[in-house]
Design a protein around this ligand. Structure first.
Ligand SMILES: [Ca+2]
Ligand SMILES: [Ca+2]
Ligand SMILES: [Ca+2]
Ligand SMILES: [Ca+2]
Length: 185
């Protein structure tokens, strides 16, 4: 039940004549935002966010033992056979897009090893007690923090604008979505 107090008007006005228009986004795959906004009202309610996270946790827990280990976490995002490259530079989390964050050597491709290196960094952030296992509680706590960080106006929903304002959520064209990575070999 979202509070109806703050509703942004639909942005149906024609493109503003400032700068070059962005290229049309390919509509083949729903974005992470669209997948999370299950009722399609243009806002991610806290309950929608949590439902998405719970479903994702179950998807990541490949052997269904109730915890997610590093290998399961990396495999979910980077492919079943992805392995970290021991020579890889550490993933940088200050970059402006998820793609740039993962593309450690800036060559325009996110390799599977780069993806794994990045995911291990995130996994360790989420694994609060550092035992190498992610519990649903640890995962939910990380997700809550993320939700709070995105919800700039603190109305307990994340609007598209709030979502897009977080650099790591930005997709680079159709090449870098959170679950469909351009993995080079
Ligand atoms: Ca919604
Ligand atoms: Ca598991
Ligand atoms: Ca843990
Ligand atoms: Ca908000």
């Amino acid at each position: 039940m979202a509070l109806a107090a703050v509703m942004l008007p639909p942005t149906s006005s024609p493109a503003k004549d400032a700068g070059t228009p962005p290229p049309p986004a390919p509509a083949r795959q729903p974005s992470v935002f669209q997948k999370t906004d299950t009722d399609g009202d243009g806002n991610i309610a806290a309950a929608e966010f949590q439902a998405h996270r719970d479903a994702r946790f179950k998807d990541m827990d490949a052997n269904s033992d109730g915890v997610v280990v590093t290998e399961e976490y990396a495999a979910f995002f980077c492919g079943a056979n992805a392995r970290a490259d021991k020579e890889a530079k550490p993933a940088r989390t200050e970059e402006t897009t998820l793609f740039e964050t993962m593309d450690a050597n800036d060559n325009g491709f996110v390799t599977a090893p780069e993806c794994v290196v990045y995911r291990i960094v995130i996994f360790r952030q989420l694994d609060a007690n550092g035992d190498g296992k992610l519990t649903p509680e640890e995962f939910a706590a990380g997700a809550s923090k993320r939700f709070t960080a995105m919800d700039a106006d603190k109305d307990n929903t994340v609007a598209k604008e709030e979502f897009d304002a977080v650099g790591v959520n930005k997709e680079r064209g159709s090449r870098a979505s959170e679950t469909n990575l351009p993995v080079a070999r």
